[in-house]
Design a protein around this ligand. Structure first.
Ligand code: ZN
Length: 256
């Protein structure tokens, strides 16, 4: 982190042991919890929270939040289990996040395609239930109505090509209607073609959302992401600073 002057980072823990381990790394780590864990086609069926079949125990999770060891729900992955973000099984987790004012990062895109790089879908056994249509941001509307002010960020905005192309109208409409919703461009900023990344960023900014874009890496090397961001000469210093730090600093202010 010091190599690129990273002030803080949000990670996705996949077990209660990992929550503990990440907290020991330092104060500049915000610990998120990945859920629900996608079910694999063969054993081991769950690579995260296996003792709870992919759904971390709510009481234990709340205790971790109250102890200041869990600071976000992230990544929330409904499409990997073919459920809507509005599925009743997810509701208690959103209620918890709303009650304790912790942000929720949601995997929203049609992808990744099976075998997609930098994703858990590159494993052959992963997630037979996967349904990209459940990554549509419009499906979040009932959740946002039920929990006013719930801080949600849409992950991987602008990612995907061809039949896995982005949900642009639904994304922009959601940002317009819900001022607490932000985005990250992880995968788009590191893996998609540079022209697609640039167009996605320009699309968000021209629609008035430059204060809602946060830097995301999703495990792609930070060096590559920063090089690509810094190569965009039309970005103003203020816009660059907003994407690199200011927007996330504001968004996560209540989290830790
Ligand atoms: Zn994701």
């Amino acid at each position: 982190m010091s190599e690129h002057d990273v002030k803080s980072a949000v990670v996705a823990a996949t077990s209660f042991e990992e929550i503990k381990a990440w907290n020991e790394v330092g104060d500049n780590i915000l610990v998120g919890v990945m859920l629900p864990c996608p079910e694999n086609a063969s054993a081991p069926f769950f690579h995260c929270f296996p003792e709870d079949e992919g759904w971390p125990d709510l009481e234990r999770l709340e205790a971790e939040i109250l102890a200041g060891r869990v600071h976000a729900l992230h990544e929330v992955l409904p499409s990997y289990s073919d459920i809507s973000p509005n599925d009743p099984r997810l509701d208690p987790y959103f209620a918890l996040a709303h009650q304790h004012q912790i942000p929720v990062g949601i995997h929203t895109t049609k992808g990744p395609p099976a075998g997609g790089r930098f994703s858990i879908r590159d494993g052959e056994r992963c997630c037979a239930l996967f349904n990209g249509e459940m990554g549509n941001p419009a499906l979040l509307r009932p959740v946002l109505e039920r929990y006013p002010g719930l801080k949600v960020w849409l992950q991987h905005v602008g990612a995907g090509r061809g039949e896995y192309g982005p949900f642009w109208p639904e994304t922009l409409d959601l940002l317009r209607d819900y001022p607490y919703v932000d985005v990250d461009l992880s995968i788009t900023n590191g893996v998609m073609p540079m022209t697609q990344y640039e167009a996605a960023l320009a699309h968000l900014i021209s629609n008035g959302f430059e204060t809602r874009i946060m830097l995301g890496s999703d495990g792609v090397p930070m060096q590559r992401i920063l090089e690509r961001l810094n190569s965009l000469e039309w970005l103003t210093p203020k816009q660059r600073s907003a994407i690199l730090y200011d927007n996330a600093h504001r968004f996560f202010a209540s989290a830790k």
